[in-house]
Each structure stands twice: as C-alpha cells, then as structure tokens.
Design a protein around this ligand. Structure first.
Ligand code: AHG
Ligand code: MN
Ligand code: MN
Length: 337
C-alpha cells in the first residue's frame, strides 16, 4: 500500500529533531495549514460565487460578498490569533501591524508577516494565486505588547517562510531553514501530503520571467540581460523561454521546480520596484536560498541582508537559479540595475 506522509506528521517528526523544541512553531504551522484549507475551498468556488451572486443577491450571511483578499486576510489573521503562539501580525492588507491583545498572545514568541492573497488580479480569470508567509522570533520581551521593531527585522532573521499556491492543485511549500519541502493538498481527505521532499532549484535554467511591457523603463543592465536571454547560443540553450503569470507565487513555484530567473526591477512607474520587501521579497528570498538558489535586490545586494525601515517598503527582486542570477548580477553591476 502507498505510504503517505502528511504535513502534520512531517511537522511532528521535524520537531522531534530539536530536543528543546516546545511545539509552539508546530502549533503556528497548524494555524497556517487550517487557513490554507479554508482559502482553498473559497478560491475553488470563487467563479461559482460570482454566478450565484449575479442577481445582485447578498450571500448567505446577508452581506455583500467580500473581496477575496480581504477574506483571506481575515482568515489568516483569525487562525493565527487563536493559538496564542503569535503576538501580532503584519499584512499587506493592513496599514498598521496588528497587535493580538489577549494575554496568551502577549506570551507568544513569534510574529508573522503575510501576503494573504498574492496575484489577486488573477482570481477573476481563473489563474493561480497564492498566500505568502514569513515567521520571525520577536525582539521585544515576551509578555509585553508587540512592537514595530518585531516586524522590521532583516530577512536573514526569518525562522521560517513559505507559500501556498492555489493552482491546478493546491500546494504548501515551506522551509524552517533546513531545506524546502512541498506538500500537495488532497481535498478528498482534507490533508496536505508530502509530494516534493527537499526541493532544490536547478543551478541553470532556461526560463526568464518578467513583465516585459515595462521594458523601456527598465535600468540599462536589465535591458541588456533581457537581450542576452533572447540571443541564440546552443551551449547555454538560448534563447530562453519567457514565462510570466503575474502571480509571484506561481511564477516562483514554476521556476523553483524547472529552473529559471524571476525579475521585478525598478521602473519609472515603480522607482523602488513593485514587490514588498517584508511580505513578498524576504520570504521568497529565504526559500530560494534554502533551495540552493539566489536572491538579489540590486548589484551584489542580497535581499536577506536589507535592514527594513518601514512595513510596506518596496524592493526590486531578481531571484532564481544560482548561475542565472550570477549572470544577471554581472549585467546590472556593469550597466546598472
Ligand atoms: P498582490 O496581488 O499581492 O498585490 O501581488 C501582485 C504582485 C505579484 O504577485 C506579481 O508578481 C506582480 O504583482 C505582478 O505585477 P505586474 O502586473 O506589474 O507585472
Ligand atoms: Mn503579492
Ligand atoms: Mn496580496
């Protein structure tokens, strides 16, 4: 008979590898897992909800259907508040960070930063979206209220990071700093099953992912690199293939498995890039490094070394296969990026 390792079992196995682990992080992951399952359910009926709501009706709660990214934010927030392991969260959907007020939460050691629904513009057209999360140990004393400093930590201080991709199947991929593992959701039994143990990104790839519509606004080094990707060269398998979904999670997931590079540079529209350092760039940079890849924010600038100064700050992002990012780095170092 086929042996299935569930996410729950995997977390407990891993916890036992650390003799002093208290199980708090495991409890935190349970919250994320639960919220992910609820989101899976809602996203899978999103199209249907539109049809049934078309007559201008309210939903069963008698309220107007909430936008899915607000819904996702509420779901993750509630799930994370419930177990008392987390003292507060910061979210792309909230202007300020959220202090969890109950005494049990003040005793919590961890803060969580989330992009509850990544790629939300893809929902209406039935294209994959995701959730991104990032976990830090608080720097303020346990027992007190969470502070902004707890959230403004450099990415290399992450305890764990991961994402859920709600794709043709739903997957949860995460790392606690000891490799990257992927779990596929089986909706018939309601369980995430280990399907992609120890994910490693190939050192070389043939995919480049960028919103090329912004080409004229890109820095010179990025423009030259794009032309390099498009040149003919049998040895390096160029021209590369261009693939861009417009959901960071989905673009990242494909490149992680197949090998490739993802670029979101500065442009005149987004002088600091579009993606958010704390909710998007840091967790993805943590994962890509754990998978043997590389993540930069500019010439020689490791994403995980950036000292954040504000919750919603943006940051350019270049990440993926090691040799591809190194090559890109040569271009942006010489020509600017
Ligand atoms: P979000 O839906 O959380 O706001 O994120 C959208 C992000 C990211 O997922 C995606 O890669 C990028 O925006 C796409 O931006 P462009 O449409 O400018 O290419
Ligand atoms: Mn996003
Ligand atoms: Mn979002």
């Amino acid at each position: 008979m086929e042996i299935i390792k569930t996410l729950g079992e995997f977390i407990i196995d891993r916890q036992m590898e650390y003799p002093h682990a208290s199980g708090e992080l495991s409890s935190l992951f349970s919250s994320i897992r639960l919220a992910a399952k609820i989101l899976h359910r809602e996203i899978n009926k999103a199209g249907l909800a539109d049809i049934t709501g078309a007559a201008g009706d309210d939903n069963v709660q008698g309220e107007e259907q909430q936008k899915l990214d607000v819904y996702a934010n509420e779901r993750f927030k509630n799930a994370l508040a419930q177990r008392g392991v987390v003292c507060g969260i910061a979210s792309e959907e909230e202007e300020e960070f959220v202090k969890f007020q109950e005494t049990k939460n003040r005793e919590g050691k961890y803060v969580v930063l989330i992009d509850p629904l990544d790629g939300s513009s893809n929902i209406d057209v039935n294209v994959s979206v995701g959730t991104i999360f990032s976990i830090y140990r608080r720097v303020s004393p346990v027992g007190t209220q969470v502070t902004e400093a707890d959230f403004l930590q450099p990415g290399h201080a992450q305890i764990a990071a991961g994402y859920v991709v709600y794709g043709s199947s739903t997957m949860l991929v995460y790392s606690t700093g000891n490799g990257v593992n992927g779990f596929t959701y089986d909706p018939t039994i309601g369980v995430f099953c280990l399907s992609h143990p120890n994910l490693q990104i190939p050192a070389d790839g043939t995919i480049y992912s960028i919103n090329e519509g912004n080409y004229v606004h890109f820095p010179e080094g990025v423009k030259k690199y794009i032309k390099y990707c498009q040149e003919e060269d049998a040895e390096t398998k160029r021209p590369y293939t261009s693939r861009y979904i417009g959901s960071l999670v989905s673009d990242f997931h494909r490149n992680l498995i197949k090998g490739g590079i993802y670029l979101y540079p500065t442009s005149s529209r987004y002088p600091n890039g579009k993606l958010r350092l704390l909710y998007e760039c840091n967790p993805m940079a943590f994962l890509i490094e754990q998978a043997g890849g590389k993540a930069l924010a500019g010439p020689g600038q490791r994403v995980l070394d950036i000292e954040p100064t504000s919750l919603h700050q943006r940051c350019p992002l270049f990440l993926g296969s090691m040799n591809m990012v190194d090559r890109l780095d040569q271009f942006i170092t010489e020509f600017g990026g």
